[in-house]
Structure formats: C-alpha cells, structure tokens
Design a protein around this ligand. Structure first.
Ligand code: SF4
Ligand code: SF4
Length: 435
C-alpha cells in the first residue's frame, strides 16, 4: 500500500478486466502494454526496483496513450490516470525528455512560438496543398491531419445543399422568434469565458466562432478574455508538471473570477482545466476548475434550442478526455439530437481511443497508426455509413480525419458544435460571412 502519489493504484487486484478496454493491449496482446502490466511496472518504479534507465519499463510506460479507457471498466476503482501522472513525473526526473518531446513541448510553453507555428500551418492549409497531398505515408498523413482541421471549409457545397433543402416548411428559426426569446431571457444572462487554447485558437478558430454563436442563441453572454496560455495538458501528460503548473497558473490568473463559467471545446484541455485545483493547489484554481464546462454541457443544460433540419447520417465518437476523464457522456448526444432530421449513431468502439493522445501521434506514430486502424475499420463497418464523424477534440478530429483520407473513405470529421451552428445558420438565427 502507498500513501504517496501512487496511492490511487492501491485498489488493483490484478483481475485483468481492464485488458480488453486497452487499445495498446488490443494491438499488441502484450501484458506489458496493458493497464495491469503497467501498474506492476509503476509499482516497481515506486519501490525503486526499476528506474527510468530500464529500457523495457520506459518503452511500456511511454507507449501508454493516457486515454484512461481502463478506468471506467475497473471494478475496484483504480485511479490509473493519477498513477501514470506520478510515474511520468518520476521518469522525467530520472531521464529527462527526449529531444523531440522537449522541442515540441517547448513550442507550447511560449505563446509567441505556438502562434507562429500554427499561423504558418494555417497559411499552408489555405493553399489547399495539404488536402491534395494527404494520404497514407508519414508525411502525407501529416498533411491529412492539417487538412482535416478545416473540414467545414471543404464542405461548402454540402452545406449549401443543406441550406437549400433544410429550411423549407420549418417553423423554427426566424429572427423574430429569436428576438422574442431574447426578451424572455433574464436581464443578466450567465456569462461564459471562452477558453481559447493553442491549436484551437489558430487552427480551429471556426469552432470557437461556432461555440460563441450557439451559446449566445441559448442565452449565454460569451466573453473573450486576454492573456490566456496553452492549457498545459501536453506537458502534464509528458510528466513535465512544472511547465504544466506554470501554464495553468497563468490561465487561472487570466480567467478566475471573471465569468460564471469557463467554456472549453477541446476535451483534452477541458479535462486538465477541470483538474487545475489538483495541479495548482490554490483556492482560486479550485474555484476556477469547478466553473469549467465542456461546450456540450452548457448547451445541453439549455435544451439546446432546436435549429433547422440537417438531413445527414452522423456517427459520434466520444473523445477519451471527455468520456473517461470528464465523465461527460450524454451532453454531446443531447446537443446533436436538437438538430431535426439528423440521424445520429454512436460509432461502434466509441469508448476506445483513436491514437491521437496529445503529441503521442507525433512521438510514437507507428503505435498511433495501429490504434487508429480499428477506429477507421469501425467507421467503415458502421451502418448506415455516416456522412460525418463528429468528435469534440482537435487531436481526434485531425487523427481520424487523416485516417479516413488515407483509407480513401468519403467520410469527413467535424466538431459537434459545428453541426449545431450550421443548423442555426440554416434556420436564419444568424448569418456567417467569411469563414
Ligand atoms: S486496474 Fe482494475 S480492472 Fe485492471 S487489473 Fe487492476 S483491478 Fe483489475
Ligand atoms: S490509459 Fe489507455 S493505453 Fe494506457 S493503460 Fe489505460 S487503456 Fe491502456
């Protein structure tokens, strides 16, 4: 038994129920790549019987996606994520970061750096070369990831078709309706600070815009607050808690006490923001963490208001950090069900990671691609074949989107809030220009 940071692993009785839920075990059938095997290794690390200089231990623990798919299936309530957090911090202190991990994490540490990198990526994306060059090889897969970050732009035709057919005879959505609703709202609507993040801020600014518009239709006042940083989740997952804490503290400073809620539309960022109390350890950080909501939670709380019909087949794939870390299951589905005519299915295997896992797909591309294969097979096998896969996390959108392109499947990926936004645009709640 342990009283330290590994205590969350204490309840493990080595039953193995978690093995079939672990993506890396499923692709390797190797006990060392399973939660149970990794817990044994973490215990050995804790006791000093193994160290960060043991190649096998490092390989097995590094190969963990941190998806926490093993937690909800564990009958003993093992807190695998907390154990992994402790192990990775200990490993980092013993062997440091690899040069690649150090450079990638270094970029996300400084706003000017990640803004420059993502501005360049945006410029490249605007040339449409990534879309043309996307494919199965490593470079082409990277291009596919970049192309997948802007799927809505490439669905203009599809969107126009929906607009032409969707609103006829639909009773909802006139501007008068909206104005009437607004007059019925309480004088002071709840305020929401939008968490901008890093990759979301530059490559997914269209999702931020959709978040803002859909929340406003549902009676929230959305605030844009300056001086925000990357959330720190990538650093936290790598064991670099010092950097994660510094970034989190800056965000607490920027956001605390300024709105009723902090809204996040990236599951990975949301999971860490909700854990800022544990990470930073101040009363302000705990209060801020308690006010954090995924965008789907805020919208589901208000219904949300229905929009115009979208006559499409959609498969929802739950991001690990929304379903396993934040334990948010129903809200995204409620949000999508508010869109009339939309046919919604839960993607088979939606409880399994897609292999994105922060910077995992950059650091361990082979395992990430193996894990992704079963996700793509699930999309291929889904009946009916979806027009769109929707998932509320940028890494998952890019990973699955690139995988679908590499497999030449005519299915695209979007954030769920983009669909509600499109439904609202078609209903005439607002017009969107220049996105
Ligand atoms: S983590 Fe839970 S499910 Fe997995 S072996 Fe331990 S007790 Fe069993
Ligand atoms: S976090 Fe994910 S990859 Fe790691 S042991 Fe658990 S299920 Fe497997």
């Amino acid at each position: 038994m342990s009283s330290g940071p590994y205590a969350a692993l204490d309840p493990c009785v080595h039953c193995g129920f978690c093995l079939p839920a672990c993506p890396t075990y499923l692709v390797t059938a190797d006990e060392g790549h399973s939660p149970r095997g990794r817990i044994v290794l973490m215990r050995a690390l804790e006791r000093g019987e193994m160290s960060g200089h043991d190649a096998a231990l490092v390989e097995y623990l590094d190969a963990c996606l941190g998806c926490r798919g093993c937690e909800p299936v564990c009958p003993s309530g093992v807190g695998y994520g907390r154990g992994l957090e402790a192990a990775r911090e200990q490993l980092l202190s013993q062997r440091g970061l690899s040069p690649l991990a150090r450079s990638v994490l270094g970029v996300f540490r400084y706003r000017a750096l990640w803004r420059s990198v993502f501005a360049l990526a945006r410029g490249l994306r605007a040339t449409r070369l990534p879309s043309l060059l996307s494919g199965p090889g490593r470079m082409r897969f990277g291009m596919g990831m970049l192309a997948a970050s802007a799927e809505m732009r490439e669905r203009v035709e599809w969107s126009a078709r929906q607009r032409g057919s969707g609103t006829a005879g639909h009773e909802l959505g006139s501007r008068d309706d909206l104005a009437a609703d607004q007059t019925r709202r309480p004088a002071a609507p709840p305020t929401v600070a939008l968490f901008r993040g890093c990759v979301m801020d530059l490559l997914f600014s269209h999702v931020h815009a959709a978040t803002r518009r859909t929340l406003e239709v549902n009676g929230y006042r959305v605030l844009d607050l300056p001086d925000q940083m990357c959330c720190g989740a990538l650093h936290e997952h790598a064991g670099d808690r010092e950097s994660a804490r510094a970034l989190a503290s800056a965000n607490v400073e920027a956001l605390a006490g300024r709105a009723d809620f902090v809204v996040v539309n990236s599951a990975g960022c949301g999971a860490l923001l909700k854990d800022y109390g544990h990470l930073v350890g101040t009363p302000e950080s705990s209060t801020l963490a308690a006010s954090v909501r995924d965008v789907s939670e805020l919208l589901a709380e208000k219904g949300p208001r229905p929009g115009a019909p979208l006559d499409i087949d959609v498969a929802y794939d739950a991001p690990c950090h929304l379903q396993h870390a934040q334990r948010v299951h129903e809200a995204p589905l409620a949000m999508l069900r508010a869109i009339p005519a939309l046919r919604l299915q839960l993607l088979p295997g939606s409880d399994r990671c897609c292999g994105s896992a922060g910077i995992y797909s950059v650091l361990r591309p082979r395992m990430a691609r193996k894990v992704l294969e079963s996700k793509i097979a699930d999309v291929e096998a889904a009946s009916p074949r979806p027009d769109l896969v929707v998932t509320g996390n940028p890494g998952c959108i890019m990973q699955i989107g690139a995988g679908l392109r590499a497999a030449k499947l005519p299915v695209r990926v979007a954030h769920p809030v983009e669909l509600l936004d499109l439904s609202y645009q078609n209903a005439g709640f607002y017009e969107v220009k220049g996105e």
